[in-house]
Design a protein around this ligand. Structure first.
Ligand SMILES: Nc1ncnc2c1ncn2[C@@H]1O[C@H](COP(=O)(O)OP(=O)(O)OP(=O)(O)O)[C@@H](O)[C@H]1O
Ligand SMILES: [Mg+2]
Length: 244
């Protein structure tokens, strides 16, 4: 195991009854990179995130974080080891304030309420949500909810951050702010894997892309090469992108 690989996924499969959502996936994440996980709806992207974060166990295969097997560890344990994730459909505690929601993340690293509150405030400032700290979460707009997901994940001080379509539903100017925020998170030393459908967001932001299709790795490489791959064009990006 080489030290520059923060995560290794080896031959991982996940079956739901008769449906094979992930098929023998082997991939790795380099420490410090921003990696895109792309592919059509139902390709198995969120399933792979669930296997890495510990929401699901694979049917077969192994997953390693910094060289140590995590395949069967419960998700809170993986979070303590430094894996954080956002959910494709934001999951917040709606009756709690924004600050309280982010404190849930901060308690992963801090025992006292005071320390957790202070760390949560820092995460809110970093994410540009500090103005909404005392708002009741149920009243947030959809873009604010996504920002909150991000703030709660950051508050766990992750080594590896998994972002599942955090930009969905954002206007172009909000998406631009999202791109800047993700760059700043990487600058703090956090490695990022992001699922994102909008290639205009992926292309300028990521160092490398992995394309999933029908639960399998279809292509992997520099984003500029991946978008020219004939298999990727026909399975995912389509004629519109080919013309562009
Ligand atoms: N808990 C589950 N139980 C049964 N089937 C599931 C479950 N989770 C996912 N699937 C199925 O596994 C396949 C892969 O789903 P997944 O959510 O991983 O795709 P995705 O690449 O994230 O798609 P999208 O871009 O639409 O979010 C789909 O056919 C989906 O219906
Ligand atoms: Mg998904």
């Amino acid at each position: 195991m080489t030290d520059h690989r923060i995560l290794e996924v080896k031959g991982v499969s996940k079956r739901f009854g008769g449906l094979q959502a992930n098929k023998n996936i082997t991939m790795h994440v380099q420490r410090g990179e921003i990696l895109a996980l792309i592919g059509p709806n139902g390709a198995g992207k969120s399933t792979l995130f669930n296997l890495i974060a510990g929401a699901l166990e694979p049917t077969s295969g192994e997953i390693f974080l910094e060289g140590a097997p995590i395949t069967r560890l419960p998700s809170p344990r993986r979070c303590a080891l430094g894996i954080a994730r956002t959910f494709q459909v934001p999951r917040s505690f709606d009756s709690m304030t924004v600050l309280e929601n982010v404190m849930v993340g901060a308690f992963v690293r801090h025992r006292s309420t005071q320390a957790a509150r202070s760390a949560a405030c820092d995460a809110l400032v970093f994410s540009g949500l500090d103005q909404s700290a005392d708002a009741v979460t149920g009243q947030l707009t959809p873009p604010e909810r996504r920002r909150l997901e991000l703030a709660r994940a950051i508050a766990t001080e992750p080594k590896l951050l998994l972002l599942d379509e955090v930009m969905t539903g954002l206007t172009p100017s909000e998406a631009q702010k999202g791109i800047e925020l993700i760059r700043r998170i990487r600058e703090t030393g956090t490695t990022i894997v992001m699922v994102e459908h909008v290639m205009e967001i992926v292309m300028p932001l990521v160092d490398r892309a992995i394309v999933l299709h029908n639960g399998e790795v279809l292509a992997e490489g520099q984003p500029t090469d991946v978008v020219r791959d004939e298999g990727v064009l026909s399975a995912y990006l389509g004629d519109r992108y080919r013309a562009a």
